[in-house]
Design a protein around this ligand. Structure first.
Ligand code: ASN
Length: 355
């Protein structure tokens, strides 16, 4: 069953944080920034060139670039990695999840900010939404322009992310992304532009709030299961099972699906055309994969819309699972985490409807 939770007061507007807590106030929240790299930590040789390298600047330098954030919280930085998020790995993601769980269990952190590249932010955000065991705010932030750029967007994004993580009203919203004045839920956000500052959208569900210069408003609680209510755990987990994504297209080579099975994938996500469709040959290959015990999820290469069960494909006959709201990259994350435990296909299908 999908769980719904009520906003304590849906009409409430959070007061600007800097007016409610003074610098040095003993109630100033403790915010830990876990830095992983990305363009927000990127640098270029000049302020106007398009080319740059992600993951160059340290967390201490990034914190120094937003001195006013000290009025919002006691801030500590930890460098988890310093990579462009194209190089994000399950290894770093597991390290991040375990560190968040450790920090939020105690008073060491009232909220967490994670600096991260935007390319794979969807995946890390959604992964953490499944496996982080806290109601405290966990906020991802990135930028589209490197730290050295003219009109760099990183410092204000970081300031707003700290303001959201420090806001008691942010509790219980699961993992969030704060960029360009908007607060997104990890479940609904997608990256939609390769270069524009306004790169994140939540096309199916809408944003969950806004944050501008530390003034936060929360519109709604995300509708799915996450955080302390999630049944998933990565405690003691060293790696995740292999799940491949196969991209569907006109006249697609169906043997890519067989190859994936031969290579030992435990799950396959099809980035289908339309409502998770694919050629007859590919459907036959999916059926062969299912018969060998591989879990096959039908998602879509289309940017928005549900992928429902038995719409054009007979999932009951082929044994496939419909991804509902999850795009291929998020479906892969949910399936990888789900496959940490023995689960029946119908149980996995239910997870795709609930998470
Ligand atoms: N805007 C960015 O952060 C892109 C960069 N390639 C990254 O994901 O690290």
């Amino acid at each position: 069953q999908t769980q719904y939770r009520e906003l304590p007061d849906a009409t409430r507007v959070a007061p600007p944080i800097e007016k409610t807590v003074a610098p040095g106030d003993k109630y100033l929240p403790n915010i830990v920034i876990l830095a992983t790299g990305g363009t927000i930590a990127g640098s270029a040789a000049s302020s106007t060139q398009a080319g740059y390298t992600s993951g160059q600047v340290t967390i201490d330098a990034m914190i120094a670039a937003v001195p006013d954030a000290k009025k919002l919280a006691n801030i500590k930085g930890e460098q988890i990695s310093n990579v462009g998020s194209q190089d994000m790995s399950f290894d770093i993601m597991l390290k991040l999840a375990n560190r968040i769980n450790e920090l939020t269990k105690s008073n060491a952190a009232d909220g967490i900010v994670i600096t991260h590249g935007t390319d794979t932010m969807e995946e890390t955000a959604y992964f953490l939404n499944l496996v982080v065991k806290t109601d405290k705010p966990v906020v991802l932030v990135g930028s589209m322009r490197p730290s050295t750029a003219l009109s760099a967007d990183g410092p204000l994004n970081l300031y707003d992310a700290i303001a959201v993580a420090a806001d008691p009203e942010a509790k219980g919203h699961g993992v969030m992304l704060v960029m360009n004045d908007q607060i997104h839920s990890a479940q609904s956000l997608v990256k939609v532009s390769t270069t524009a500052v306004q790169t994140f959208m939540s096309p199916l569900r809408g944003i969950i709030g806004s944050s501008a210069y530390g003034h936060n408003e929360f519109y709604r609680i995300p509708h799915k299961i996450y955080g302390a209510n999630s049944e998933f755990s990565v405690e003691g987990v060293k790696t995740l099972p292999r799940v491949d994504i196969v991209y569907a297209c006109v006249d697609m080579p169906a043997d890519l699906i067989d190859a994936s099975v031969q290579r030992g994938a435990k799950g396959i996500v099809i980035a289908g055309v339309g409502n998770g469709n694919m050629t007859k040959a590919a459907l036959d290959a999916c059926q062969r994969a299912v018969q060998k015990g591989v879990v096959v999820v039908r998602s879509s290469r289309v940017a928005t819309g549900d992928i429902g069960r038995n719409v054009e494909v007979d999932d009951n006959k082929i044994g496939t699972i419909a991804s509902y709201e999850l795009n291929p990259q998020k479906s892969r994350i949910l399936l990888s985490v789900a496959l940490l435990k023995q689960r029946k296909p119908e149980e996995i299908q239910k997870l795709f409807m609930e998470y």
